[in-house]
Design a protein around this ligand. Sequence first.
Ligand code: HEC
Ligand code: HEC
Length: 287
Amino acid sequence: MTRTRRRNALWAFAAAACVVATSAGADENARLVVNGEIEMVTRTAAPAHLNGALPDIRSGWTFRTTETQALQIDDFDNPGMIFVDKAMDAWNSVEGSEGKSCSACHGNPMESMKGVRAVYPKWNEAAGEVRTLVMQINDCRVKRMGAKPWKYTGADMAAMEALISVPSRGMAVNVAIDGPAAETWAKGKEIYYTRYGQLELSCANCHEQNYDNMIRADHLSQGQINGFPVYRLKNTKLNTAHARFKGCVRDTRAETFKPGSDEFIALELYVASRGNGLSVEAPSVRN
Ligand code: HEC
Ligand code: HEC
């Protein structure tokens, strides 16, 4: 597709309103310190594998309005924390045929899960696969607890993912993209740059080439996932990365891949790696 046609497609997408260069009332240089103690890196040098495709990497937080940004500064104001509390109850609950809770094997998640969110998706040697955090949680539920798996993008899963993220807040995202994960990563990269749907738009068309512009009423971010799962004001719940991917692909009027599909697992690894160096923020707050 030529440059002009691609630009036309983006304009077609935004026909209802417009794509305009802007600063939308967000303070992109604001500092995020959660609870007065967890210092977040919301803007930093892009990882080497991006080869200059982005001048620097920025958390989605830096694109939100001052009001939305404020909701993430203190856990008492962060609506996502209610779900973390619920997940703590689930963590301590016995379920399944083995009579076990998560805590029976993992103790206190604030200690045992420290650093885990930052390195997922991650290669699992025994299983011979790249595992997302969701896959790992369900693996424990099914194989270790004899319990039913949770729905990939469901409320229980999103909440548990958020709980496991909390002890890693402020730590740098650092997913491995080499060795046995390289193949999955390359597949994710290919998907990121493939144009889908009637509008023939790739993730990169919006989140690499047009971030910081307005699309409809939205201030386009770099589409980073260091804040996932994300509490969205729009649907007042926690949203997982795969649910977000699905929504974004659907906006290009394409048939979407399924949450939990090999395609989205690969895409998650690749998108996570674009944020290597940003802080784990989950549960973050977005519009
Ligand atoms: C019977 C013991 C047992 C129970 C119960 C259990 N797990 Fe696990 N879990 C393990 C073992 C063993 C591993 C590491 C082995 C592996 O990679 O599969 C693990 C690994 C994990 C990891 C990855 C940690 C890392 O460093 O990569 C996460 C996350 C996790 N479990 C979450 C949970 C959650 C959430 C629950 C409850 C829903 C749970 N587990 C229940 C035994 C258990
Ligand atoms: C037509 C433009 C468009 C395309 C194409 C698109 N997105 Fe988005 N995306 C948006 C908009 C608009 C938002 C909401 C504002 C924001 O956070 O950027 C968004 C948000 C996101 C977010 C949430 C970021 C945060 O911090 O909460 C992620 C992650 C994301 N997109 C990933 C993707 C991926 C991966 C693809 C490719 C499969 C993709 N997007 C394709 C427009 C697009």
